[in-house]
Design a protein around this ligand. Structure first.
Ligand SMILES: [Zn+2]
Length: 485
């Protein structure tokens, strides 16, 4: 038995295995009988990644689309390799093959063997069906739905091939659906296909035995995860709660949205009874959409009428109550949807913090520089210690997958003077952004990953709508912050 440094025995028990004598077997096959072939656990790297809003577009080169539709995803790499389009997708577009390759290589270079990867939704391109209709010869509904499922399978394959030892936990965004040209609910066929494609990566350490069944039911799941041995990660499907969905994209959101709230309530109660902490992973975040709110005000809408929450009132009222009720259980949240690098702090009605939230930046260059976040964690205390964000800095010069430059943008701890990336650290950072000029200027630069032209309000000026969104999740609190000043 080869002894390897063991950082945390609890974790190691659930970590992937390596064969003890692999190198000996390769070099000297004749020695096989003398080699101890017992499997020993690999030590965790205590590292991980946040990535979000990939919005992968496989349709950028029309000349290869029919080949892709006819091939299994295991052959897609070789088909993409025949494309003459080798430049990374640029601003106002979604992630193409070159940019996906570049991003995966950059992540692998910085974090070669992550224990966990959070993908906070929107793996698929915007307006998928519109572009499929324009590029595929057979664009029947069946052909389209098959291609959507294959694209999800391809992303599961790429991520798993790049990071074979990582537990990869995805969640569905508003564009992860075969629903058409608008954001809609994912149907049963899509949910079943997605859960089958991602099952192995989600369940890497056996912590999510129910993944396929719960995900097929409603797009949500619960799993153990490496960061916190006393924690439970709950993957949420936020689309049924989305304000954008209740106003038109779903036939009737209420049964689905309420069923998920009931499931979440049961999960929280169960976690409390076992003394576990819960982390939430979703796409559409709680709180206020500062960008749309600002646009509404610019159009002349009155302040209170302009305020646009991300979640519909019918659900947010229940969910915010649930957050307050389970404040002892809820530890941290990871959401996205904005495509911008952002933070949120959920507080109770007295202003006391409940849990901190990270909104990772997007991989798609639609209106920001592509970026991802690496982190280190400490399983002894169950927290992320610090994060470092990397961004693609030369996108304007149309780099290809290998000439794209990914630069270090910032570390959370050094920028905001915090000793951990947990609720206390997020609360401290938010306070600094609201009160200190330097911290606010860092936040403003990092928000669009150094691409101010992509920001909906260049330089986030005036800052008030964004500042109020940081720690005022309810419409009432945000109104008091934004309209009261
Ligand atoms: Zn998105």
């Amino acid at each position: 038995m080869i002894q390897r440094p063991i950082a945390n025995p609890t974790l190691v028990a659930s970590r992937s295995f390596v064969v003890a004598c692999a190198s000996v077997l390769t070099l000297v096959p004749v020695l096989t009988s003398g080699c101890n072939q017992e499997e020993v656990p690999a030590a965790p790297s205590l590292t991980g990644l946040f990535l979000s809003d990939i919005h992968f577009n496989p349709l950028g080169d029309k000349t290869i689309v029919d080949s892709l539709t006819q091939a299994p995803v295991s052959q897609w790499d070789s088909i993409f390799a025949t494309s003459s389009q080798t430049a990374c997708a640029t601003y106002m577009g979604d992630t193409n093959f070159a940019l996906l390759q570049s991003a995966l290589a950059a992540m692998q270079q910085r974090v070669p063997d992550p224990d966990i990867i959070f993908i906070s939704g929107d793996l698929l391109m915007h307006l998928f069906q519109k572009y499929f209709d324009e590029t595929a010869t057979d664009h029947s509904q069946t052909a389209y739905e098959t291609f959507v499922n294959r694209t999800e399978q391809y992303l599961a394959l790429k991520l798993s091939q790049t990071f074979p030892n990582a537990q990869i936990v995805p969640t569905l965004g508003d564009w992860d659906t075969a629903g058409g040209t608008a954001a809609t609910f994912a149907g049963p066929g899509f949910l079943a296909s997605f859960s089958s494609a991602w099952n192995e990566a989600v369940n890497r350490h056996g912590g999510a035995p129910d993944f396929q069944s719960t995900f097929s039911t409603g797009g949500y799941y619960s799993t153990t995860f490496p960061i916190d041995p006393r924690g439970r990660l709950i993957g949420l499907y936020t689309q049924p709660w989305a304000a954008e969905c209740t106003s038109g994209c779903a036939p009737d959101a209420s049964p689905v949205g309420n069923a998920e709230i009931q499931w979440l309530t049961t999960q929280l109660a169960d976690a409390r009874s076992q003394g576990l902490r819960v982390w939430l992973l979703g796409h559409i975040p709680p709180g206020i959409d500062a960008s749309t709110t600002t646009q509404n005000v610019a159009k002349g809408t009155s302040c209170s009428a302009a305020i646009t929450p991300f979640w519909a009132d019918a659900y947010s009222s229940q969910l915010y109550e649930l957050f307050a009720e389970y404040r002892d259980v809820l530890a941290f949240g990871i959401f996205a949807h904005e495509h911008f690098d952002d933070l949120r702090l959920a507080r109770d009605s007295s202003g006391v913090p409940i849990f901190g939230i990270k909104l990772p930046p997007s991989i798609t260059p639609l209106h920001s520089n592509p970026a991802f976040v690496q982190f280190r964690y400490d399983p002894a205390i169950g927290v992320i210690v610090d994060t470092t964000t990397w961004y693609l800095s030369n996108l304007a010069s149309s780099p290809n997958a290998t000439s794209a430059v990914w630069e270090k943008e910032y570390s959370f701890g050094a920028t905001y003077g915090q000793s951990a990336f947990d609720t206390k650290g997020v609360a401290g950072a938010v306070e600094q952004v609201l009160e200190q000029t330097d911290a606010r200027s860092s936040y403003t630069n990092y928000f669009p990953s150094q691409y101010p032209a992509g920001s909906t309000s260049v330089g986030l000026t005036p800052f008030l709508p964004w500042g109020c969104a940081l720690d005022n999740l309810t419409v009432a609190d945000y109104t008091a912050c934004y309209c009261g000043k």
